[in-house]
Write a protein that binds this ligand. Structure first.
Ligand code: ADP
Ligand code: MG
Length: 592
């Protein structure tokens, strides 16, 4: 069944006994009756002899078989046999002593190694500890950093990017809209039909395609021509089976999940590429414009009227279904969050915005940092070895890209320094070889002998025969890593709720209105998307548990987490719809 902290009994015993060890530990009930053993004071077994018989030394080893035909005392044969026998017996005894001491030595060494490994695990667990008190400190730090990031550009590690999205879908959107979702190795094209009533998505079709590797490092024209021609094919295919009047304008929302400095809700400038893309001529250029030009070049009549990232899409879909949705979080390969903020709280652009009310802020929370985050030497090494050291510190503790690699690093240390895994496998040195879905499969292995753990250790890390105790150890390491990740994500979410006064504590200036705020705590929905959260049950459970612990019994029922499947794509289509009629804010960017 599910393994939670405390259910994994590692004990201090040895790894499962080898065949040699088992032979030394013969259970007393199965020993032959005619050789009853007694323990001597030095711990060795000894065979007792009948007190009433004199037996020549040479016969000792033969005693049990020959006891009925004892040779007469004094015969030559007996004397000769005696000498040979004594030598033989002494030889055997010495050999037995040597074997026994080697085995005892091995046992002792293994026991010591196992104790050391358990100590390393305990230290790791302590380093990753997230008691509720510490999580509350993370909550406070998140709220404070959010505030700092809203006060001035560069005021915090949280960029707190403006999105110029003031109006989230209300449910009244109607018609057919397209969306493009480019955020990693795949891109998706969607066509969404909206029925004009909340939650009335009549249908949506999706086409998913991998981005050819050479296009990730080519020119912007090549990349966008590929996307636009795929879009054109998709539109033609869709419209060949459904009606489309020539007078109907085609509108598109573009989810582009890379750091962008938005200039309006439909335009923005690429700050830098991430996730393996390196297309230098794009940096500093308007992303929508690049796409719009490629669409025209490919002879497609379509208007790009929303440029968003995946968190904003998820928030849009959440809000479309439930208007109490004010926060969205992505927990997949990477992690990020956005939320609905009062425009007057965005101090860094006061006076520049032309539309009052609320605005969605893209936090880029993967880069959050606080001294309250529980950081271990493994995290420090992972960061130092990464292509972006000192960047995305929160993401490196939470997201699917990294969790498996933290586990690999702990196993590597245990294997190299403590030897419990047997000879060190060279595979363990390969960064990111233990991907997070594999780690999750080991963590959630519910077979009594942890067969799946053994299989993954064998197939992925090339450890051929790992004893059960060591498999349990691996499960425990996965548990520690995932529990910390999920609990920190929960603290991050509640930090946002605190910033907007929806955690029941009275906001950042805690104390004065706490009681009043508890009594009028509003229902709040947090939309979540991402493979780590949706596919990893234990991660989800740990996150939900921590939310309840931090918020407390009274407030927790008011905060609801809702999974938004395909939020990043469908949300873009919804925003294309809601922006097709609304006016659009713009701002001049001083620095580019
Ligand atoms: P992306 O974040 O790239 O848009 P997804 O939201 O689908 O894509 O998330 C994919 C990530 O989710 C993977 O990189 C992996 O880290 C994590 N993931 C996917 N499946 C599982 C799983 N079964 N268990 C744990 N993590 C998973
Ligand atoms: Mg995604």
């Amino acid at each position: 069944m599910m393994k939670k902290k405390g259910e994994i009994d590692l004990g201090l015993g040895l790894p499962r006994a080898s065949a040699v060890n088992r032979s030394t530990a013969w259970p007393s009930s199965r020993r032959p009756r005619h050789h009853p053993r007694r323990e001597t004071t030095d711990g060795h077994d000894k065979v007792p002899f009948p007190k009433d018989r004199k037996i020549p030394y040479g016969e000792i080893s033969q005693f049990s078989k020959r006891s009925k035909q004892m040779p007469r005392e004094g015969s030559e044969k007996v004397v000769y046999m005696g000498k040979v026998g004594v030598k033989l017996a002494v030889g055997c005894a010495v050999a037995a002593c040597v074997v026994a001491s080697v085995m005892v030595g091995r046992r002792v060494r293994r026991k010591r190694a196992w104790r050391r490994v358990v100590r390393v695990l305990e230290e790791f667990e302590e380093g990753c500890a997230t008691p509720v008190g510490r999580l509350r400190q993370v909550v406070d730090a998140m709220a404070v950093e959010m505030h700092a990031g809203l006060v001035s550009e560069g005021g915090s590690k949280l960029k707190m990017l403006l999105t110029f999205v003031h109006n989230l879908p209300s449910g009244s959107e109607k018609g057919t809209y397209y969306a493009l979702d480019l955020g990693g190795t795949n891109f998706r094209i969607l066509r969404v039909q909206l029925g004009g009533q909340r939650s009335a998505i009549i249908g949506h079709d999706v086409d998913r395609q991998p981005i050819p590797l050479h296009l990730m490092t080519g020119t912007s024209e090549e990349l966008f021509d590929f996307i636009a021609s795929s879009l054109k094919e998709f539109v033609e295919r869709e419209e060949s089976v459904s009606e489309h009047s020539k007078s109907e304008r085609r509108e598109l929302g573009f989810t582009f999940s890379f750091p962008v400095k938005q200039t309006s809700s439909s335009s923005g400038i690429l700050i830098k590429w991430t996730k393996g893309f390196v297309i230098e001529d794009m940096v500093g250029r308007d992303v929508s414009e690049c796409l719009q030009q490629a669409i025209s070049r490919n002879g497609l009549d379509m208007q790009v009227n929303a440029l968003i990232n995946d968190t904003v899409g998820t928030l849009a879909l959440g809000h479309y279904h439930d208007e109490d949705t004010v926060v969205a979080v992505i927990i997949g390969t990477g992690t990020n969050a956005c939320y609905l903020e009062r425009a007057d709280a965005i101090i860094k652009c006061q006076g520049l915005l032309t539309t009052p009310g609320d605005m969605v802020v893209n936090m880029e929370w993967g880069n959050f940092w606080s001294s309250h985050l529980p950081r271990t030497s493994y995290d420090i090494d992972l960061d130092a070895d990464s292509p972006n050291p000192n960047d995305q510190g929160f993401e490196k503790m939470i997201s699917g890209m990294y969790l498996g690699d933290i586990v690999r690093r702990v196993i590597l240390r245990m294997s190299e320094e403590l030897g419990v895994f047997g000879p060190v496998s060279s595979k363990l040195h390969v960064p990111f070889i233990l991907r997070t879905p594999l780690m999750a499969a080991m963590h959630e292995d519910d077979t009594p002998d942890l067969r799946e753990v053994a299989r993954i250790l064998r197939d992925t890390l090339e450890f051929p025969d790992i004893p059960l105790n060591v498999r349990k150890l691996v499960v425990k390491v996965c548990d520690v890593v995932t529990r910390r990740a999920a609990r920190l994500a929960a603290a991050g979410i509640i930090g946002i709720l605190k910033k907007i006064g929806r955690d029941g504590s009275g906001g950042i200036a805690r104390g004065k209105n706490e009681a009043a705020s508890r009594s009028k705590m509003r229902r709040t929905v947090v939309a979540v998307e991402g493979g780590l959260y949706t596919n990893y049950t234990l991660f989800r459970e740990y996150l939900n548990e921590a939310m309840s612990q931090i918020l407390g019994e009274e407030i927790a029922p008011s905060v609801i987490i809702k999974v938004m499947e395909d939020g990043s794509g469908i949300g873009a289509a919804l925003l294309a719809a809601s922006h097709s009629t609304s006016s659009v804010d713009t701002i001049q960017i001083p620095y580019m």
